[in-house]
Design a protein around this ligand. Structure first.
Ligand code: GUN
Length: 311
């Protein structure tokens, strides 16, 4: 069997086409576009790329998209003061503080900063208020990667209700909200993590597997029931030739690319899974583009809700 590829890039473009006229409508009525502010502290190389993509997607749909940079030397008080200014700004409907924050800010900096974002502008869906509302199934701004995955499953006609789902990874950003969103759609959900015994056996029970652990090629054929849907959230840069050789057969174009460049981007799902899965998200071009598009949708919703004065 060769899995059907779930094209996140195409769906992201489709959703952007749906959002764009709504943004134009908002702008016409309000005399200003929805505003998104992205806070970037320091110069984390991957964050620079993510933030650039988010700003471009924001401008493409017609938002005001502002980059608010702080230097690596900024203090926690500087970051909190910037968030406070953006909370009060009339021009900004959405605030996103890109993580990771510089380590010098301390281990609890991210939660202190996320906690400071006004829940109605929290387009990442990370604040306790939005997480709590989501847990209770109330209207909320929901974390972008899990809500993008639900959108993909629904629009691709993959049934969720009554199915078994296995989420590998329990992060606040992906694993936990993913499990809750699948549960809300009546899946029977198992959340697996590094201490789960017989991980492969547990996953093999599932009709839907979501892998979000950040370990290249962890999910092999042994984890996947034939015909299951496999969603790969991993974005791992492999630089070790032994690892690359364990992932790709000799004739695979990605192995050739690895030999050319010395690195290759791979997900948490081993390429051999395509032989057993019914449907599979590619890396890149699967979940990543949807995350950015859900950020656009959250920003538009935040703008509309702020205008209406409620959720
Ligand atoms: N860093 C990696 N992914 C994310 C995300 O979705 N939101 C924020 N704020 N930072 C991130």
């Amino acid at each position: 069997m060769t899995a059907r590829l779930l094209d996140g890039q195409a769906l992201a473009r489709q959703i952007q086409r749906e959002i764009t006229p709504q943004v134009a409508d908002f702008t016409r009525r309000q005399g200003r576009p929805p505003g998104l502010a992205i806070v970037l502290v320091g110069h984390h190389p991957a964050s620079e790329v993510y933030v650039r993509n988010k700003l471009k997607a924001g401008s493409d749909v017609g938002f005001r998209a502002d980059l608010e940079r702080l230097p690596e030397s900024a203090s926690l008080a500087d970051v909190l003061a910037l968030v406070e200014r953006l909370n009060r700004s009339d021009a900004h409907d959405g605030i996103l503080v890109q993580s990771p924050l510089p380590k010098v800010l301390g281990p609890d900096a991210a939660s202190r900063v996320f906690d400071a974002i006004a829940p109605e502008k929290d387009v990442d869906g990370f604040t306790p208020a939005n997480v709590g509302r989501m847990v209770q199934g109330r209207p909320a701004l929901v974390a972008c990667t899990p809500s993008g995955i639900i959108e993909l499953l629904v629009r691709e006609g993959i049934p969720i209700a009554g199915r078994r789902a296995c989420v590998i990874g329990r992060s606040d950003i992906v694993g936990k909200p993913m499990a809750l969103l699948l549960l809300q759609r009546d899946a029977t959900v198992t959340v697996c993590h590094s201490k789960t015994p017989d991980l492969a056996g547990v996953c093999r029970e599932a009709d839907i597997v979501v892998a979000a652990v950040g370990r290249a090629g962890l999910v092999t054929k042994a984890f996947v029931k034939p015909g299951a849907t496999v969603v790969d959230v991993g974005m791992n840069t492999v630089t070790d030739s032994a690892v690359a050789a364990s992932l790709f057969p000799e004739e695979h174009p990605k192995l050739a690319r690895f030999r050319e460049r010395g690195s290759v981007l791979v997900g948490d799902v081993h390429p051999e899974v395509a032989d057993v899965a019914g449907a599979l998200t590619p890396v890149p071009g699967g979940v990543g583009p949807l995350t950015v598009t859900m950020l656009m949708r959250n920003t538009l919703r935040a703008a509309q809700a702020r205008l209406a004065g409620s959720w």
